[in-house]
Design a protein around this ligand. Sequence first.
Ligand code: GLV
Ligand code: MN
Ligand code: MN
Length: 420
Amino acid sequence: MPTHATFRTLQATWLENALRQYAALSEPGPGVSRLAYTRLERQAHELFAGQLAELGIASYTDAAGNTIGELPPNAEPRPGAIGTGSHLDSVPHGGAYDGVVGVVGALAVATAAGAHDRPRHHPWRFVAFAAEEGARFGQACNGSRIVAGLTGAADLHQLTDSTGTTIAAAMAECGLAPHDAEAARWDARDWSAFVELHIEQGTVLQDRRVPIGLVDTVSGSTRLRVSLTGVASHTGGTPMDGRHDALATAAECVLGCERLALAAAEVNTRITVGSLTVEPGAITIIPGRVVFTVDVRETDHGRQRTATDAVSGHCRAVAGRRGVDIEIEELADTPPVDLSSEVRSAAGDAAAGLGLDAVVIPSGASHDTQQISRLTEAGIVFVPSHGGLSHSPDEFSTAEQIADGTAVLLETMYRLDARR
Ligand code: GLV
Ligand code: MN
Ligand code: MN
């Protein structure tokens, strides 16, 4: 095996090139736009399958759109795969690193493992998950939820994107098989461990100048769609008193959400209104209807539910006072998950063996591994995010930081392979 320093230098150039190839698969405009279950997401999966094929690794894309390749053992076989990977979809105008770092990390591991005779007793699997981002349909991690048995074929007809397209319809348009989602389920007995490489999407590693994060808990996320229906009318003719302005109501609701989260700042509750539409949306009409989304993130499910109830209660009270009708739908409620201490310890040992400092941190963002942890021992390794920015065109990690993460990923896989 090459030394870490050699691996790092070789990897940095290769990683930059691989990241560029995926970033090129984007809608026009700032950053990367490669939404879940679109032609571009499928092209990214084809690119991944092609790159695996170049390494002599056969892969398939399942009914849910996840692409999975396997490197067989080169030593006395033991049951249960050791897996790694992440997702290839993005938010609108997101960055080039979220998800893709874990996929190119998987490819780097496949390249290194395939090229050396260090023993691997377990099958090693390389996975690009479909539709991780909740940006299009509200629910995050669709591909990994399906393999974990948390989402079934019937559920795919429930949620729609902003144009009214259901998840099932979007999948079918991409040539996938939503009716056959159950066929994509993984059997827990077929797995031994899973580890995902991801950018931190926060500032802890940068602030502490530590290259590696070992995730203990992944925050949960409850997502609401709030629809306010007031009375649209003439902005000049209608007196200020007695109006039922849906946007003024929404404004109070949004600031209330922020206040609730700030009041719970010591426990890191995060509440965000990330999208809001106004109808009819004209300078001379009092807004008659507003629809906005709320995303409640917490590392404790009890606090997550309490915060969600507080948001609903606040919005209902504001709407009631202003005589505006309110409907609140819960689009998703994913609880926080504690990840495997065994995988975390293997990753910690791997980092120490490479001379890299590591720190244990929670994840504020959702991840596919959160779902996979229902099936097998699962962990996440973070690399620093410049300025903590993510879901933004300015998302950035250096190739050297990613190469460090990739080296830890590879070494974690070998350690898990030997220990399990
Ligand atoms: C996934 O990126 C999330 O929204 O946490
Ligand atoms: Mn991600
Ligand atoms: Mn993301």
